[in-house]
Design a protein. Structure first.
Length: 414
């Protein structure tokens, strides 16, 4: 008699990690792949874990188009604050005036290249709600993918409780410290910045009129990003030891430090949310794929948050991988087929490395008080300000609309 081999629950794709990027990929596959396609989504966090996240994200026009095709944007639209202009300044901390060197207004040609600010808790809730309504997605949360092994038939994933599930492809969307990337033996290149990222929300007396401001200060970039109403999100990169000391200040002293950088243009300010700090690093996986494994989002690349691009770059991974997998499924291909994974690797790795390098270069160029460098960079910013075509290129680059753009980022169904 044949030995009894228990049959494991079988999916086409298993996604480990239910952050923004994992959720978006699960939705894209559920909505666009042929009928019968099955996706398992495993997330270590309970579904309501993100409700206290004080962060907000600048969603590029491409990310908004992707969210529109996925049916998520309508639920978010009323929570989003469009960024109508961006102002960049470069000055020492104690300067009373911060002359602005570079300004971007909304792209006149398309009218929609600007980013929109959305609080992370709203984005997560909208993605989760839309995913819950998709019968093609089975969610395992809170649970985690503790191990995986490639078999002759696909990939078997072990859940924290010991249960196993299998699929043709495992997608690691488990964030910057990806345990699955480590288990696959994929190394990263990169380094930690001698900076801390401080994030909070402030309320101010005067309206922001949709203007985002990036002050390049010697300790690191300080961004003021407009939220709905009389509030702004702060992403404040500071020299590491100074940043750690600032985090321990009582509220009045913290607000005094904040005001030194925020300025007085929006009137008196007060904290309107908790403060949190994050280590900042640059990290790119040496490869984005292995046998029956693909990395997406922060698991594949983590960049300096100075241009608010981390999530947007992750959404470009989602759009590219979804396009490749959906086209493959229509041809009847196994999602773990090596040629599909190589196409994903070619499409995404160069773009991610390029974006990370630009962010790193900007941070290095600006995070110091060297007078000669200041003169040089201010000349550079002034030149960009007066060169409309170069400015438009930079806006499109930030919006993710240069290079080979996946169809979902253009708002088209695959
Ligand atoms: C200070 C700061 C400000 C930022 N501001 C912006 C911004 O304005 N705009 C922008 O685009 N980006 C911004 N970013 C970057 C952005 O937050 C990240 O790029 C984005 O959240 C990455 O999403 P992700 O889904 O790849 O990873 P994560 O959000 O880290 O999600 C990973 C998920 O995987 C789960 N997980 C981990 N291990 C396992 C496992 N073994 N099994 C199952 N699940 C697991 C975790 O619980 C988590 O839910 C900022 C980052 C920082 C640090």
């Amino acid at each position: 008699m044949e030995p009894h081999v228990p049959k494991l629950p079988r999916f086409d794709v298993i996604i480990a990690g239910g952050g923004f990027v994992g959720l978006a990929l699960a939705l894209a596959l559920a909505k666009l792949a042929p009928a019968g396609y099955r996706v398992a989504l495993i997330d270590a966090e309970a579904p309501d874990a993100g409700k206290d996240d004080p962060r907000a994200s600048a969603l590029s026009a491409s990310t908004r188009r992707l969210l529109t095709v996925l049916g998520v944007w309508p639920a978010l639209h009323s929570e989003a604050q469009p960024i109508t202009s961006i102002e960049i300044t470069d000055s020492p901390l104690n300067s009373s005036l911060r002359p602005h060197f570079l300004g971007f207004d909304r792209d006149d040609e398309t009218g929609d290249s600007g980013a929109s600010m959305v609080e992370n808790r709203h984005l997560r809730a909208a993605l989760q709600e839309t995913t819950r309504a998709e019968p093609a997605v089975e969610t395992f949360a809170p649970d985690s993918a503790s191990d995986f092994r490639v078999t002759p038939f696909g990939v078997t994933v072990t859940l924290a409780g010991g249960d196993e599930i299998e699929a043709g492809l495992l997608v690691a969307a488990d964030g910057k410290r990806s345990g699955l990337r480590e288990r696959a033996g994929i190394k990263c290149v990169g380094w930690s910045y001698p900076q801390t990222g401080i994030v909070t929300t402030v309320a101010h007396a005067k309206p922001h009129h949709g203007r985002a401001v990036q002050h390049f200060l010697p300790g690191g970039p300080f961004a003021i990003l407009p939220l709905k109403g009389y509030c702004s999100s702060i992403v404040w990169s500071e020299d590491k030891s100074r940043g750690e000391a600032i985090m321990t200040l009582d509220e009045a002293s913290f607000v005094a430090e904040l005001t030194k950088r925020f300025g007085h243009r929006l009137g008196a300010i007060a904290l309107a949310g908790p403060r949190q700090s994050f280590p900042l690093d640059l990290q790119i996986a040496r490869t984005f794929v292995a046998e029956r494994l693909a990395l997406i989002g922060d698991a594949a690349h983590a960049v300096h948050p100075l241009a608010g691009q981390g999530l947007n770059i992750g959404m470009r991974d989602v759009a590219a991988l979804a396009e490749i997998l959906v086209e493959g499924a229509r041809l009847g291909l196994d999602p773990g087929t090596a040629s599909l994974l190589q196409r994903y690797e070619r499409w995404r790795r160069f773009d991610s490395a390029f974006s990370a390098a630009v962010m790193d270069g900007l941070n290095r160029l600006f995070s110091n008080d060297n007078l000669a460098l200041r003169a040089l960079r201010d000349l550079g910013l002034g030149l960009v300000d007066r060169a409309p075509q170069l400015k438009r290129f930079l806006v499109r680059e930030a919006a993710g609309t240069t290079g080979e753009v996946p169809r979902l980022l253009k708002g088209e169904r695959v």
